[in-house]
Write a new protein. Structure first.
Length: 186
């Protein structure tokens, strides 16, 4: 006996996202039509040894450098650097509502450490009584986020490059073994 349909099975999806099934449909979208020539290059959509590390580096940099609009910044940087656009956009998801509070606290602490000043330097008595103001906090936090963005993009690029190289060398070894009639390792 079939189960009755659940009311939670239907999740409304905006019609624009339903219509975007592949790259060509995306490029024909009326919102992207003026910029379609920029997104038409094949390396922006294929996974290869050059586009994947670039995409991870770009995506991680965009994720940490600005709090909003990360997808758009990652896509623009990916287009200009010929990186994989979907992977660059997906890499920005490392910053989300769960990771933002510890990230910003860590960025502020790193920024104050690098600038070598206490959180209340130069504040008047009123600001001390109400805690640090936005102006006091924004400089160290921005510096910390920039350091996080730079380091994470370098690490992401390096790890992706090494992973791709390792995977490629394993494939070549496997081909050599098969060509020589040797048993494959398990």
């Amino acid at each position: 006996m079939p189960l009755p349909p659940c009311q939670l099975d239907y999740v409304p999806i905006p019609q624009m996202l339903v219509d975007l099934k592949d790259r060509d449909t995306l490029l024909r979208s009326r919102w992207l039509r003026p910029f379609a020539h920029l997104f038409a290059h094949p390396s922006l959509w294929h996974l290869n040894r050059r586009s994947v590390p670039r995409a991870l580096g770009v995506g991680l940099f965009a994720a940490f450098v600005i709090p909003l609009g990360q997808f758009f910044l990652a896509a623009l940087l990916a287009v200009s650097l010929r990186a994989n656009v979907p992977l660059a956009a997906a890499a920005t998801l490392v910053t989300n509502p769960l990771t933002l509070p510890p990230l910003y606290v860590g960025a502020y602490k790193l920024g104050t450490l690098l600038l070598d000043h206490s959180p209340h330097d130069g504040a008047d008595g009123l600001a001390k009584s109400f805690g640090p103001t936005i102006l006091e906090v924004s400089g160290p936090t921005a510096l910390g986020l920039l350091v996080f963005a730079t380091i994470s993009s370098i690490i992401g690029f390096t790890v992706a490059s090494l992973w791709w190289r390792y995977r490629l060398s394993r494939r070549w070894k496997r081909r050599r073994r098969m060509a020589n009639g040797m048993p494959l390792p398990r």
